[in-house]
Design a binder for this molecule. Structure first.
Ligand code: PEP
Ligand code: MG
Length: 884
């Protein structure tokens, strides 16, 4: 196999094979940009290594061939004692996993070549500093020694000398550290640091392969839904040094602001430093504007390259670079991660600039980002006590109790607390805490620090580099310079859009985007970008978007959000509260007259319910589902009632009504109520309920029409398994319709259809379609019934184990199980349409608002999706994207 590719052999389309970093290094090399030469070991080699537990045959030879070529190109040998070639060994998967996997720099240094490097560079301090960095990274990454052993020894050396800046350590101090670090390796790994450069390199390559399976990498992939089996590529590249004095440095930059989407370059630069110092946020960086003052030539060249890259990739690029003694080198580029706000704004800007068209712009945003922008933000008018300001690294308004380590964050979050994770800087270890926290606050590091990059990726609110806060994670507190101390458990609020940190709980208000959807004029660049892309999505989409709403208020909001009707009005809530009594009356009634009296009272109330909804949705279709849940949900709890009865018995106060009620509750009690007397089964066993509802719907529609409005009721029968069930209740509804039309002397347009939410219904959809004018897929029940998962129980009980073990990548209640449940949907849609070409098809389970599922529903040819009001804009956007 072809395991190793020279940079010149690759390009950006080979991401799966060369990883993102390798493919983009190749692309930049081919563009003629100043990239230090090197080669990439493929992800295929990593997969082979992980499968067999050893390097695949031929890999070592191919590495040797490419290393020979690299040595020739550079005119130096790896680890040569007089003038050593040094290389970096870096991971790089197809999907970027920032900070999750390993990198080792300065491979090739040993006790001899460090002297060669010192002579060649005429800088012994630099050579020693490079060696101690190698020992530190090699010890941590390759040998698995805890990083703190090295950083503690480093801090100790500074303490001993009475200095705080790394740069105040001189050659002798660094020589001492080199010996200390070698001792740490001996002590903790039980081996001598390998002096053979090739052995160093081979061990580093293996460590990168292995890092694919570290806990934090596995966790990150699960969070980001990155497949488990891709493996990482390994990039081996000639070293260039940002730590060769003040005319050297390292930086990270973006071609546009990744937080706001503002046009114009954005970046951080750090003099006399290697790249990891910038990303780790260990020392504070300067802006690109300041870099211009420091080194104008490199700065100008960098800006020119940024323009080239953006035009070439036609997207915002994220770039890592190094300046070595005044010479600029490009170390990495990729299409940059961005906040949801930046995604919308950049897409529209680029379309306006003519870099991309509107279809492309639409493909670059997604429903999850839009959902994110619909989160509330802090109330401008609220009183706030400012504690400090950092960088606005990832937007949102987060309120929670301050915690200072990831373990506490996890523990408290599990107890239902909202927490803000506060750290000096975050490391990949903190990932777990970042996932459960409402927000992340750090006192060091810029917008390109680990905390910022990871938080943006997760859509987590983040403020970083709040330098005026003195964070003491050991004590579990932070102190505002010259002011208040916040201890673990104190509530703070952080604004990821402004970088502000507030004391206590700040009230939140709806987002600008929501206010825009509500119909307000909102003069914000973000809102304009969202509006443009929504308009484009609406002009593209084939799927209609309806809403699940059972109050006039929800219906009204959904309509303002763009809903084109109601796809599911659940009627069961209309039987709760005071109306419960009427359901009780119905159930305990002694005779038909008693039942009818109870139903008549319900009829009046239901008619009013439906009338209000028809008003809110005037002119649009409204699907009303007849009562679905088991009746005992409307009755008192069996145990409580039994106890009450026993007490009443003792006191001799037992009442006739209570006795009847208990009898009814006992009669209706079921071990598996979701598989019991519910849905259409209720309609068959207690016909009066369904016919009362049908009458209320039709009378309300008639009234609306008489009042000059338009009502388009669609009466929907739940939980049908067989066409016979549907026929039985349909005949009764049709009779009611006929009666009402005769009584009122008025035609009432209406449809009668069914939900498809049982596997049997899906498998016999051809027959059912003969009796239905529409199907609505109830994918909640269909998922429950297909997998045999109780939807009320399993997510809390064993789903985390199932997700961990890879039974599915995401809960099938959240995103449709396309292979199983989806196959049933597809078959029912096909068979249903074949039997009845006029059949109208929709979906009203939770999946109707889920981006991935929406793409599937578009593909199988449904007519609409229906989702909760707040998901309506998300569904519109995704429906538009699904046809691109
Ligand atoms: C469904 O089962 O998908 C559905 C929409 O109905 P409910 O969630 O009310 O059972
Ligand atoms: Mg259902």
């Amino acid at each position: 196999s072809h395991w190793v590719f020279d940079f010149a052999e690759g390009d950006k389309s080979k991401k799966d094979l060369l990883g993102g970093k390798g493919a983009n290094l190749a692309e930049m090399s081919n563009l003629g940009l100043p990239v230090p030469p090197g080669f990439t070991i493929t992800t295929e080699a990593c997969r082979a290594y992980l499968a067999e537990g050893r390097e695949p045959d031929g890999l070592a030879d191919q590495v040797s061939e490419h290393l020979d070529k690299l040595e020739k190109d550079m005119g130096r040998g790896l680890g040569d004692a007089d003038d050593p070639l040094l290389v970096s060994v870096r991971s790089g998967a197809a999907f970027s996993m920032p900070g999750m996997m390993e990198t080792v720099l300065n491979i090739g240094l040993n006790d001899e070549s460090v002297a060669g490097l010192a002579r060649q560079s005429e800088d012994e301090r630099f050579a020693m500093d490079s060696y101690r960095r190698l020992l530190q990274m090699f010890g941590g990454t390759v040998l698995g020694i805890h990083g703190e052993h090295f950083s503690d020894a480093f801090d100790q050396a500074k303490d001993d000398k009475g200095v705080t800046d790394d740069l105040d350590l001189d050659v002798d101090d660094l020589k001492g550290l080199v010996e200390t670090f070698k001792g740490l390796i001996r002590e903790h790994a039980g081996i001598e640091f390998p002096q053979d450069p090739r052995e160093q390199m081979d061990l580093a390559i293996r460590a990168v392969f292995d890092s694919w399976n570290t806990d934090r990498a596995v966790l990150y992939r699960r969070q980001e839904r990155i497949p488990e089996d891709l493996g990482t590529a390994v990039n081996i590249q000639a070293m260039v040094f940002g730590n060769r004095g003040m005319s050297s440095g390292s930086g990270v930059c973006f071609t546009r602001d990744p937080a706001s989407g503002d046009q114009g370059e954005y970046g951080d630069y750090l003099q006399n430093a290697q790249g990891e110092d910038v990303v780790a946020g260990i020392r504070n960086t300067v802006s690109l504007a300041d870099m211009e003052q420091i080194d104008k030539t490199s700065h100008d060249e960098l800006l020119a390259i940024m323009k080239t890259l953006e035009a070439h990739y036609r997207d915002m690029c994220d770039i890592e670079f190094t300046v070595e003694q005044g010479k600029l080198w490009m170390l990495q580029t990729r299409v940059g991660k961005r906040t949801p706000e930046a995604a919308f704004r950049i897409a529209v800007h680029m379309a306006d600039e003519g870099l991309i068209d509107m279809d492309e712009a639409l493909s670059r945003v997604n429903g999850e980002q839009l959902a994110n922008l619909m989160f509330p933000r802090f109330d401008d008018k609220a009183e706030k006590k400012l504690l400090g300001v950092g960088m606005n690294a990832s937007p949102g308004a987060a309120v929670g109790k301050a915690v200072f380590d990831w373990a506490t964050a996890v523990e408290w979050a599990e107890q239902g607390e909202d927490v803000i994770l506060v750290r000096k800087e975050t490391t990949p270890e903190d990932l777990h805490g970042m996932m459960v926290a409402k927000g992340v606050l750090t006192s060091r590091g810029g917008k390109t620090s680990h905390a910022a990059v990871v938080a943006r990726g997760m859509g987590r609110t983040c403020v970083c580099g709040a330098e005026s806060l003195d964070v003491d994670t050991r004590e579990g507190e932070f102190t505002v310079r010259g002011g208040k101390t916040i201890v673990e458990g104190d509530v703070i609020s952080i604004d990821g859009s402004t970088g502000e940190v507030f004391d206590g709980e700040v009230p939140v208000v709806p987002s600008f985007v929501v206010r825009h959807f509500e119909g307000e004029e909102v003069d914000q660049p973000l809102v304009q970008a969202v509006a443009r892309l929504m308009e484009h999505a609406d002009s593209k989409r084939r799927l209609k978007v309806r809403t699940n709403a059972d109050t006039a208020e929800d219906a009204g909001r959904a309509r303002r959000f763009g809903a084109q009707g109601i796809g599911l009005c659940r009627t069961e809530h209309m039987f709760l509260g005071e109306r419960r009594q009427l359901v009780e009356n119905l159930i305990v009634a002694d005779d038909e007259r008693g039942q009818e009296a109870a139903l008549d009272e319900l009829l009046v109330l239901q008619r009013q319910d439906f009338l209000e909804i028809f008003e809110a949705m005037d002119g649009l279709p409204v699907t009303i589902r007849l009562i679905d849940p088991p009746l005992h949900e409307f009755l008192p709890d069996i145990t409580e009632l039994s106890v009450a009865m026993a007490v009443a018995d003792v006191r001799g106060q037992r009442k006739k009504r209570q006795r009847k009620l208990l009898a009814a509750v006992q009669r209706l009690h079921e071990s598996n109520p979701m598989l019991g007397l519910r849905g259409v089964r209720l309609g068959i066993v207690i016909p009066g309920l369904f016919t009362m509802q049908a009458r209320a719907i039709l009378e309300a529609a008639a009234e609306r029409i008489r009042g000059g409005g338009q009502a388009q009721p669609e009466i929907m029968i739940p939980l049908v398994a067989s066409v016979r069930e549907l026929d039985l209740v349909k005949a009764r509804i049709e009779k009611i319709a006929h009666d009402v039309e005769t009584e009122l002397g008025q035609e009432i347009p209406h449809k009668i259809g069914t939900m498809i939410e049982l596997p049997r219904a899906a498998m016999t959809a051809g027959e059912i379609a003969g009796s239905a004018e529409f199907f609505s897929f109830g994918t909640n029940d269909l998922t429950q019934m297909t997998w045999g998962f109780s939807r009320d129980d399993v997510e809390a009980s064993f789903f985390s184990t199932y997700l961990e073990q890879g039974v599915f990548p995401v809960s099938p209640f959240e995103s449709l199980d396309v292979d199983g449940v989806g196959a049933l949907v597809r078959r029912a849609a096909t068979d249903g349409r074949e039997a009845n070409p006029d059949l109208h098809l929709g979906v009203c389970g939770e999946h109707g608002g889920d981006p991935l599922s929406i793409h599937f529903f578009n593909e199988v040819g449904l007519d609409y999706v229906s989702c909760s009001p707040f998901r309506v804009p998300v569904a519109r956007l995704e429906a538009g994207r699904s046809v691109l």
